[in-house]
Ligand binder design. Structure first.
Ligand SMILES: [Zn+2]
Length: 288
């Protein structure tokens, strides 16, 4: 996989180098299927497991980038967004000469499904509150973050994906966790993680926030608003994106004013390039 700088206004675009550079923009209209990961499809061409890279891009304030892939699956790396964040910091992120257009939420949009819930509301900044309730050992937890004033790298990036050991064989039979193992996921028994300590006490709920940020990237622009999720997952996250896209009266495209504390992401577009122009692109090294 390789990340290339892209012109202002071009957004996040995947490119399959093994298929004549076929391009799939990271937008809600290209969402394919969603179960344990989010996949994009256009004209029969698939890109799977997009959420962790998209999360890192939004978290680090990158608006425009081309992501070259020579197969359909993004690397799982260590199961978090940390390796991406480190790669962006090494290669550098360039501020572009164009103000960033946000999706400013004007009225609430909510999606309910049984006990699952997700909604987006008007609000300053881009804040996310997530509540989870999983079987032991995770249980109930909640976490909130505002990406305009807090640091994605410090709060979210390191949180790894997780799975129950009891589900492992079932998931493998369904072809859902091809590469998953103790190096790239927290594996759980009812007593706790079987592969070492957690990186952060509330790593599970922070990873759900990581996933949500990545899935909401498919709205195509950064959101100005407040997102609330309860017991949700990729299907609910992407359902909110399609509702948002359809309900054109619920939001407007707007510029936001830079306020104190927003310096991290600013209000101008950025692409994944270096500051001095010495590096032609970011190359993210894959584990395998
Ligand atoms: Zn995830």
């Amino acid at each position: 996989m390789r990340l290339l700088p892209a012109p202002a206004g071009s957004g996040i675009v995947f490119r399959r180098t093994d298929l004549d550079n076929f391009e799939i923009p990271a937008t809600g209209r290209n969402v394919a299927k969603v179960s344990y990961a989010t996949s994009l499809m256009r004209q029969g061409v698939l890109i799977s497991t997009t959420e962790h890279l998209l999360s890192a891009l939004i978290g680090m304030g990158v608006d425009n980038v081309i992501i070259e892939l020579d197969n359909l699956e993004l690397p799982i790396l260590d199961g978090s967004a940390q390796p991406y964040v480190e790669a962006f910091l090494t290669a550098g992120i360039k501020v572009q000469r164009r103000r960033r257009e946000y999706i400013r939420v004007l009225r609430p949009i909510e999606v309910h499904e049984g006990e699952k819930f997700i909604g987006v509301y008007p609000g300053d900044g881009y804040s996310i509150s997530y509540e989870i309730d999983f079987p032991a050992p995770i249980g109930h937890d909640s976490f909130s973050v505002d990406l305009e004033t807090e640091t994605y790298g410090a709060e979210i990036a390191a949180a790894r994906t997780f799975g129950y050991k009891a589900d492992e064989e079932k998931l493998r039979n369904m072809g859902l966790i091809r590469g998953a193992g103790p190096e790239n996921a927290i594996i759980l028994s009812a007593q706790g993680p079987v592969n070492g300590p957690l990186r952060i006490e509330d790593e599970y709920v922070r990873h759900k926030v990581l996933d949500l940020i990545g899935d909401l990237a498919l709205a195509g622009r950064r959101i100005e608003g407040r997102v609330v999720a309860e017991r949700a997952g990729h299907a609910m996250h992407t359902a909110l994106v399609s509702r948002l896209m359809k309900d054109r009266g619920a939001w407007e495209l707007a510029y936001v004013t830079i306020h104190d504390g927003a310096a991290q992401n600013g209000a101008v577009e950025r692409d994944a390039a270096d500051l001095a122009g010495q590096l032609p692109h970011i190359t993210v090294m894959m584990n395998a």
